[in-house]
Design a protein around this ligand. Structure first.
Ligand SMILES: [Zn+2]
Length: 404
C-alpha cells in the first residue's frame, strides 16, 4: 500500500513539475516585410528550439521544445509569395510543437529571434535573387554610385519611450542621450548633397528591435548605425567600443549584448547553436567586410576626436550578437559611445558639447567610409566578376586575432 502511495506521490510531483515547465503557443500570425514574410509566434514564456531542413519538397522547420499548442489557433496559412508556399504549425509529439515552412524554391534566407515582454518568436523568410538578377543588380548599384545618387544612412538611436535603456547614477537616461546625438548627426549631415539621413526615431517613442533594421531594409539604405551608451556594474568602466554582428565567446561582449537585447546573459548563451546557423544563412546578406570597415572608420574617428577634446579609453572593435543588427541587408554596426554608468562619463554625456563632438565624429567616420570605399569601387567597376570574387574573400576578414 505504502509503495503504491509513494509511486503516486512521485508521479504527482513529476507531473506537476512537468505541467509547470510547459510553455504554450498562444497565437501565430504573419505579415509581409521587404523581400519576405515575417511570422510571429506568441508564447507564454522562453522556448528552446531546434531547426531542421527537408528536401523534395523543400521545407524548413523549427521544433519548439516543452511546448503545447493552443488548439484554438489556425494551423495552416497559404502564402505563395517570397519563396514561401505555406506555413503550418502542429503538435508534433507530446512535448514538441513543430512549425513548418513549405518553400517554393531552395534559394531563401531566414532569421529567427526570440523576444520577451511579451514572449514571442519572430521568424523572417526572405527571397533570394538568382545569379542572373544579382548581376544586373550589381550593374545597377555601380551605375547609381557613378551618378552619385545620395547615400541613405539610417541612424538608430537605441531604446525610447517605455524603454529608457541604461540609467546613470545621477539619473541620466541612455534613450535621451542617444536621441540627441542622432538628431545632431542629422543636423550636421543634412546639407551635404551626398547623404540622406533617416532616423529610426526622431522623438521619445518605443520601437521594437526587429523593426529598426526593417526601416533600413525598406528604404534600401546603404548603412545602418545603432547608437547606444554602455553600462557596467563596475562604475569605473569607461570608454568607447564599437560592435559588429557576430557570435562571441567574450564574456564582457555577451554581457553588453544581453543588456541591449533585454535578455539575460544565460539566455544569450543558450541561443548560441541556432544563432550560429542563422548567421551562416545570412552570410551573403551580412556584408561583413563592409561592416568591419564602417565600424573601423567610425570608431577611429570617435576615439581620435574624443581623445583630443576629452580623455577617453579606446576599448576597440568588438563583435557580439545584437538583435538590432540581425537582418540588416546593408553594412551595419553598433556604437557604445561612453559608459553612462561611470559618474564622470555620465557627466560628459549630459554635456551638450560632448554630445556634439560625438555626433561630429560619427558623421566624419561615415564620410571617410564612403570617400575611401568610393575610390576602391570605381577601380573595380571595370569588371563585375572581380567584385563578386572579392565579396567571397570577406570570409577571411579578421578583427584582431578572431576569425569572423
Ligand atoms: Zn542601449
Amino acid at each position: 500500500m505504502f509503495r503504491i502511495f509513494l509511486f503516486f506521490l512521485i508521479f504527482l510531483t513529476l507531473s506537476v513539475a512537468f505541467a509547470e515547465e510547459k510553455v504554450q503557443v498562444k497565437d501565430i500570425r504573419y505579415y509581409e516585410i521587404h523581400n519576405g514574410i515575417r511570422v510571429i509566434i506568441e508564447t507564454t514564456g522562453f522556448v528552446e528550439f531546434t531547426r531542421g531542413q527537408l528536401k523534395n519538397p523543400e521545407r524548413l522547420f523549427f521544433d519548439l521544445k516543452k511546448v503545447q499548442l493552443n488548439k484554438e489557433i489556425k494551423k495552416e496559412f497559404l502564402i505563395n509569395k517570397h519563396s514561401l508556399s505555406k506555413i503550418r504549425i502542429g503538435q508534433f509529439d507530446l512535448n514538441t510543437v513543430r512549425i513548418v515552412f513549405d518553400l517554393l524554391k531552395s534559394e531563401y534566407e531566414f532569421k529567427i529571434i526570440q523576444l520577451e515582454d511579451p514572449s514571442r518568436l519572430v521568424i523572417d523568410i526572405y527571397s533570394v535573387k538568382d545569379n542572373a538578377s544579382s548581376l544586373i543588380d550589381i550593374n545597377n548599384e555601380n551605375d547609381k554610385k557613378l551618378k552619385l545618387i545620395k547615400k541613405k544612412i539610417v541612424i538608430d538611436p537605441g531604446h525610447g519611450g517605455k524603454d529608457p535603456g541604461a540609467i546613470g547614477p545621477n539619473g541620466l537616461m541612455e534613450k535621451d542621450v542617444v536621441l540627441d546625438i542622432a538628431l545632431k548627426i542629422r543636423e550636421i549631415m543634412k546639407d551635404n548633397p551626398k547623404y540622406e539621413i533617416i532616423l529610426t526615431r526622431a522623438n521619445d517613442t518605443f520601437i521594437p528591435l526587429q523593426e529598426r533594421t526593417e526601416i533600413a531594409n525598406k528604404n534600401k539604405a546603404d548603412l545602418f548605425i545603432s547608437i547606444h551608451a554602455n553600462a557596467s556594474l563596475n562604475n569605473h568602466a569607461r570608454g568607447i567600443e564599437t560592435y559588429i554582428l557576430n557570435w562571441t565567446d567574450d564574456e564582457e561582449a555577451i554581457r553588453v549584448a544581453a543588456r541591449e537585447n533585454a535578455i539575460s546573459v544565460k539566455k544569450m548563451k543558450e541561443l548560441k547553436g541556432e544563432i550560429g546557423l542563422m548567421l551562416a544563412s545570412l552570410e551573403r546578406e551580412a556584408k561583413r567586410e563592409d561592416s568591419v570597415k564602417i565600424a573601423g572608420y567610425v570608431h577611429n574617428s570617435l576615439v581620435n576626436r574624443i581623445k583630443f577634446s576629452f580623455s577617453s579609453n579606446d576599448n576597440g572593435l568588438k563583435q557580439a550578437l545584437f538583435y538590432v543588427l540581425v537582418g540588416a541587408q546593408m553594412p551595419s554596426c553598433l556604437l557604445e559611445v561612453s559608459y553612462i554608468s561611470n559618474p564622470e562619463e555620465e557627466r560628459l554625456l549630459a554635456d551638450e558639447k560632448y554630445r556634439m563632438k560625438i555626433a561630429q565624429a560619427i558623421a566624419e567616420g561615415i564620410d571617410n567610409y564612403f570617400e575611401k570605399s568610393e575610390k576602391v569601387k570605381k577601380v573595380k567597376y571595370t569588371n563585375n566578376f572581380l567584385i563578386r570574387a572579392d565579396n567571397k574573400k570577406s570570409k577571411n576578414s579578421t578583427i584582431g586575432s578572431k576569425k569572423l
